[in-house]
Ligand binder design. Structure first.
Ligand code: AMP
Length: 280
């Protein structure tokens, strides 16, 4: 297991792998490795010669009120978890190296990034894309593996890769869930037992939506009303948005088209913001 702690060492290793004709997969993460990240590593393992995980909590993705300073720091357990899932190397740059003093170049996507999470987190995707472009230049991947858990992020990155003519494949791994249905997420460990119990309503509501569509319902309003009803029964859950959208553009649909409609939502569980989604 190799650890590249700075840009120069990572860039040199990637160039050497390329010279040997190796296919490089990048799994970008914010650290705090959990089974969701590990499923991405396993997926990458099937499609690349070298699997590299970036462990970098990106301050550009956090708004001033989102407490970047409290985000868990990368440690040895993260590196061991990457290795256990089959990664060959990790890239662990310091924030000051990725954004040195005076840094002033940003990349944004102005359509797919606007609705849903883009409304309440207006600079979030600009941060996501800026660091993604930097990681691509440093790590020279042939393949990037992302999680369906962050469906809007997948669509924004796919659009950026196309718009900017990056020659990089994208694979999307399904959502990994804990036994109670909650999507694995670094914030889950902050939930109290009571909050966690209420939060399981999210997956129940998503499954109910899928069941409605499978039984023939095509009305966006009816499905959203049902999901809202289930979530409203939880005292601690506050819905930020529930939408049924085109999975490529994130634009709201008038009618559900099975196989190409995504129900996506975000909610506060007291002070903890969670997102989830299901393909209908
Ligand atoms: P993060 O560390 O939250 O920045 O996420 C890094 C990558 O892991 C992103 O592509 C996420 O979509 C993906 N990911 C996070 N949670 C899950 C999950 N529960 N299942 C699948 N992928 C996930």
């Amino acid at each position: 297991m190799n650890r590249f702690p700075n840009v120069t060492s990572m860039h040199q290793a990637a160039s050497a792998w390329k010279a040997e004709g190796k296919r490089i997969a990048l799994i970008p993460t914010s650290g705090s490795i959990h089974p969701g990240h590990q499923s991405l590593i396993r997926e990458a393992r099937l499609h690349a010669d070298v699997v590299v995980v970036s462990l970098f909590a990106n301050p550009l993705q956090f708004a001033a009120n989102e407490n970047f300073a409290n985000y868990p720091k990368t440690g040895d357990a993260d590196i061991a978890a990457c290795e256990a899932a089959g990664a060959d190397a990790v890239f662990t740059p310091a924030v000051e190296e990725i954004y040195p003093k005076g840094y002033s170049t940003y990349v944004s996507e102005d359509a797919v990034a606007k609705p849903l999470c883009g409304v309440s987190r207006p600079n979030h995707f600009r941060g996501v894309i800026t660091v993604m472009v930097k990681l691509i230049n440093i790590m020279q991947p042939n393949l990037i593996v992302l999680g369906q858990k962050d469906a809007q992020q997948v669509s924004v990155i796919r659009k950026m890769l196309t718009d900017l003519n990056f020659n990089v494949d994208l694979r999307v791994a399904p959502i990994t869930r804990d036994a109670d249905g909650l999507a694995c997420n670094v914030r889950n460990r902050e939930l109290t037992t009571l909050q966690r119990q209420e939060t399981t309503a999210i997956h129940r509501a998503l499954l109910r939506a899928k069941e409605m569509v499978d039984s023939g319902v095509r009305s966006v309003d009816r499905v959203i009303a049902e999901v809202t009803h289930i979530l409203r029964q939880q005292r601690r859950v506050r819905v930020i948005y529930i939408a049924i959208v085109d999975p490529d553009t994130m634009e709201p649909l008038r009618e559900i088209a099975p196989g190409s409609s995504l129900l996506t939502m975000a909610a506060w569980i007291d002070e903890i913001r969670l997102t989830d989604n299901i393909q209908l």
